[in-house]
Design a protein around this ligand. Structure first.
Ligand code: ATP
Length: 785
């Protein structure tokens, strides 16, 4: 997993302050662990033959190839008569002319149909991954102008046409992203420079021109003043690339519409901090790189494994070099500025060739390698024969027109292949790398931040305390000021009083009449006595008036008290009377209810009597009729029927012909003899079910009730009279008396209100009782009368 550096939130690109530049410069390696074994290996060389351009196809001569790529994809034959060339490298003969065949073998040859991805995979990826292992790696695109160096190194921004640089960037960040090792930390920096007309300038800070390569015992060689930018994502690097590409010197030439007129070096530095024993995700990938040169791979692997045993910081640096193309001036027709550029380009490239030649001198003598002959060779010193894994991509045009340049390039590449480098893992164990210093600085800053936060808290509390103290002092000052002001005022008043008293005393002592004090003169005394007399008289009169008022008030009070007592008494009487009246009302109502019950009972008895009488008449009638038709005459029956039997009672029979007859007399009007007869026949009232036997007792009770009602009604009438005539008159008197005492009535408004209320109560009671009397039954009213 990527460490802090790669996970930091995106911020605008930061330039690394020059004070924090790594002590390792572009051409200088950091301090190495002595245990690290250098892996000596030759520079890897690839050639790429681009497809023929439209320009070449439309040449005044018919287009012809000069390049033959062998099936092994490693061998390349160049010939001016390539069509007659065989793979065995023998010269071809045509039209009597001998065309020699130049055969070269490289690590790989990419043909015109090769894709960008393929080139990256075989020629650049290993270098990129070795950078992630802490090696220096350089990929150099070399070749004649217009052969595809920039296309191969940069290519398109997106899509399959992307070149080595964008793919390398993606590879580095993908590696960091996928690193699952605990506590792995990365710091990636980028720089971009160009050498134009032998002047080094910073492509990311175009104002930084004429940079110089310096060397010091501790830091070694470095480009003084070159800006380095901390990058956290591919997008940030692309941003830098665009800035640099825009600043790079380009121009149109006969052979390339957009020819690079400068050598450009894009630098990516990857610092990596790993925990001891943490496995690197790039190991497997490294095998692929090792596969090309097995010996070196094992050593490098061992070196890297040794480094991993310890907690270490490794620094890998990737230099991606896009050289300006060599050109034949007589072909390009360059003049003026372009001519000057061409000369400089060719000069530096020949210096590069010289360095390669010196490094690959067949005599093996490396007494002098002319690195200092050009800025380019000086800059690439470590990449050529030094601590670096270097790859050269030699670009070739397939066209016969470019045969001399292609041959020159092929020879250069061939020679370069013989250069041997000694690459080491740049492992820094002495805390000198930027990453470690960054971490140290970060720790220090964090500690400082914590301290500052503590300080801020302390300071805040201190400020609060000071503020409280300031307020308390302000309050105290205000209190003291107020106290002083009060004291001054008090003192001033005291002084004024003292002065006034002194003045009065002084005036009094000075007020003398004829040498005598004024209060001692007779006139003063007479006047004083008169005044005293007048005042005494006034006071006495006032006392008398007050006494008189007091007596009047007492009198009125006594009168009011009497009225009050009277009213209380009347109220009590009223209450008692009302209670009695209520009692009477209740008993009258009870008696009345009883009376009504007896009336109802009597009515029921009378109804029963009527019914029995009707039954008796019907029975007698039936008996008479029976006697009349029956041959057997019963004397007893005849006796019982009496007059009925003889028909003398016929008139009566007629009168009672039917129970529902209209002329039927009331049962009470039955002939007395019939009743007597009934009694004589032994028919008792109880036996016949008649209520006749109860009638006398009911009548007595009824009469008793009527008498009680009459008594109650009389009492009620008497009470009504008392209430209306006596109590009403008394209350009216009180009310009248109160009205004659307006002051007292005003002084006792409650008394007046109570008297009025009592008066209303009496009147209402009288009205209620009178109306109750009017609703009495006539018998009762009679009784009451
Ligand atoms: N492999 C390729 N496939 C297709 N087109 C290519 C290829 N290589 C180069 N080209 C084309 O050839 C032309 C020249 O390429 P490029 O500018 O990369 O050359 P160069 O070597 O960088 O030239 P110079 O040295 O002048 O800068 C461009 O139009 C480019 O697109």
């Amino acid at each position: 997993m990527a460490g802090d550096w790669a996970e930091r939130p995106r911020t605008p690109l930061e330039e690394l302050p020059s004070s924090q530049w790594p002590e390792q410069a572009l051409t200088e390696g950091p301090t190495f662990d002595a245990s690290d074994a250098a892996c000596t290996d030759s520079i890897k060389v690839f050639t790429r033959v681009r497809p023929p351009l439209e320009r070449e196809r439309r040449s005044y001569l018919p287009y012809a190839d000069a390049v033959l790529i062998h099936p092994d994809a490693r061998t390349l034959s160049l010939s001016e008569n390539v069509s007659g060339t065989s793979l065995n490298g023998a010269a071809s003969v045509e039209n009597g002319l001998v065309y020699p065949t130049h055969q070269f073998t490289y690590d790989r040859v990419f043909g015109p149909d090769s894709q960008q991805a393929e080139v990256y995979e075989h020629a650049a990826r290993g270098a990129v991954l070795s950078t992630l292992q802490g090696f220096n790696a350089t990929v150099i695109a070399y070749g004649q102008t217009g052969t595809g160096k920039t296309y191969t190194m940069e290519g398109d921004r997106v899509g399959p046409g992307r070149g080595i640089i964008p793919r390398a960037i993606d590879e580095v960040f993908a590696f960091i992203e996928n690193d699952a090792a605990p506590r792995s930390k990365y710091l990636v920096r980028a720089a971009f420079l160009q050498i134009y007309n032998e002047v080094i300038s910073d492509l990311l800070k175009p104002a930084q021109r004429e940079l110089v390569i310096r060397e010091d015992p501790r830091r070694g060689k470095y480009v003084h003043g070159l800006s380095e930018w901390v990058v956290r994502s591919p997008a940030e690097v692309y941003q830098l690339m665009e800035v640099g590409a825009a600043a790079r010197m380009t121009g149109a030439t006969k052979l390339n519409e957009r020819s690079s007129r400068s050598h450009a070096v894009f630098i990516l530095i990857v610092e990596q901090s790993r925990a001891p024993g943490a496995a690197g995700g790039a190991d497997d990938e490294m095998d692929q790189f090792r596969g090309l040169t097995p010996g070196m791979g094992r050593k490098a692997g061992a070196a890297a494994a040794g480094a991993r045993e310890r907690q270490s910081v490794s620094v890998g640096k990737l230099n991606l070099v896009d050289l300006a193309g060599s050109e034949r001036v007589h072909i390009t027709g360059a003049t003026g500025r372009r001519l000057e550029e061409s000369k400089r380009i060719n000069s530096s490239l020949s210096a590069l060739g010289n360095v390669i030649a010196a490094l690959t001198d067949a005599r093996g003598a490396r007494a002098h390698v002319p690195y200092r002959d050009s800025k380019l060779t000086r800059l690439l010193e470590d990449s050529l024969g030094g601590n670096c894994k270097t790859t050269i991509l030699a670009m070739i045009s397939p066209a016969l027109d470019a045969f001399p340049e292609s041959l020159s390039t092929a020879k250069f590449a061939q020679r370069a292949k013989a250069v041997r480098n000694a690459a080491r893992v740049n492992e820094d164990l002495d805390q000198r790398t930027l990453l470690r210093r960054y971490e140290g600085e970060l720790r220090r800053l964090r500690a400082e931040l914590q301290q500052r936060q503590r300080d801020v808290v302390d300071k805040r509390q201190l400020l609060q305390v000071e503020e409280q103290k300031r307020r308390a002092e302000a309050d105290k000052l205000a209190a003291i000021t107020a106290l002083e002001q009060r004291s001054r005022e008090f003192m001033a008043e005291k002084e004024a009083k003292r002065r006034l008293e002194a003045r009065i005393s002084g005036m009094q002592s000075q007020l003398l009449i004829g040498g005598t004090k004024v209060e001692d003169t007779p006139v003063f005394r007479t006047l004083l006595a008169r005044e005293q007399q007048r005042m005494r008289g006034e006071y006495e009169q006032r006392l008398r008036d007050l006494e008189s008022e007091r007596l009047t008030a007492e009198h009125d009070k006594a009168k009011v008290d009497r009225y009050k007592a009277l009213l209380v008494k009347q109220r009590d009487i009223m209450i008692a009377l009302t209670a009695r009246l209520n009692e009477r009302d209740d008993s009258i109502l009870g008696l009345q209810e009883e009376l009504e019950a007896y009336d109802a009972h009597q009515k029921r008895l009378e109804d029963t009597l009527d019914m029995r009488t009707s039954e008796l008449i019907a029975l007698r009638k039936a008996a008479v009729e029976h006697s009349a038709v029956s041959p057997v005459k019963s004397a007893q029956l005849a006796l019982a029927l009496g007059a009925w039997a003889t028909g003398s009672g016929h008139g009566q029979n007629a009168a009672i012909a039917g129970p529902g007859g209209e002329d039927a007399p009331a049962p009470s009007l039955l002939a007395p003899n019939a009743l007597e007869e009934r009694a004589a026949s032994g028919d008792s009232a109880e036996a016949s079910g008649s209520p006749a036997g109860a009638a006398p007792a009911d009548a007595q009770e009824l009469e008793a009730l009527r008498e009680a009602c009459a008594v109650a009604a009389k009492e009620r009438a008497a009470l009504l009279t008392i209430l209306d005539a006596k109590v009403g008159a008394l209350v009216a008197d009180i009310a009248h008396g109160l009205r004659e005492l307006p002051e007292q009535a005003q002084a006792h408004p409650q008394l007046q209100a109570r008297v009025d209320a009592l008066q209303r109560l009496v009147a209402a009671t009288v009205r209620a009782m009178s109306s109750g009397a009017n609703h009495r039954p006539p018998g009762e009213l009679r009784g009451m009368d």
